[in-house]
Write a protein that binds this ligand. Sequence first.
Ligand code: PAF
Length: 283
Amino acid sequence: MIQPLVVDTVAGLRAQVGQWRRDGLRVAMVPTMGALHEGHLSLVRMAREKAERCVVSIFVNPTQFAPSEDLDKYPRQLSRDLDLLASAGADLAFTPDVSEMYRAGFATKITVGGPSAGLESDFRPTFFDGVAIVVAKLLLQAAPDCAVFGEKDYQQLCVVRQLCRDLDLPVEIIGAPTVRDAHGLAMSSRNAYLGEAELEIARQFNVILRKTATALTSGADPNGATAEARLALLAIGFRKVDYVEARASLTLAPWRHGSAGRLLAAAWLGNTRLIDNVEVPAA
Ligand code: PAF
């Protein structure tokens, strides 16, 4: 297994990507915050299918964490991540530190409208500003031909598409399907916080969402069906449900019967916040 080249400066990243470009190679990027799991590796494999070279960034981005969130606790395991990246065929790991990404005096903000409204923003009001600034920076730094983002963070994927369209960033954004365990639980770095009993409950999350999506496609009233889903999550042991909402799959505007939709949810198991989403097929 060949270890990816590890680069921790923007200048080093640009030099290597520039060389690949001069060699006529297509470059894909997968932005991550590390603590890699099978979900990330599926993004890397997809990136490798779309391009001859794959850059993976590993950067726990402080600007997308609110002061009350798990920035310090967020798992950091670089040498394990590099082994996993080698197994998935990544060519370069970009591992800047905070001062490389946000130099002293950093003062720029990006606020994306449209799909960022509601859902995560109702509970994490500064989250998408943090994601937008770091994704814009990473895409400008690496200048890849395409970048792969997971559908697991479905609202984030829609926000990134909006950002790139609005800023004319010359990069193709590719959405990759959520990787799930044998029980349908979406892979997430935060699953590492769950004990065995909590994992059992977490595995019902997607089951309840899929059942609700089927009911919606069959004509159920969206308010009634999502309220039922919230009650079902609380009944099996989720401590708090932030939202369960059906939205239009491209714009994230409120969903209407007969159109393609997405059912998105966030809920707390103990102190761990899980998010998931499933397709609501048009009837
Ligand atoms: O999805 C993530 O891991 C992060 O939000 C991202 C896109 C890498 C930006 O920090």
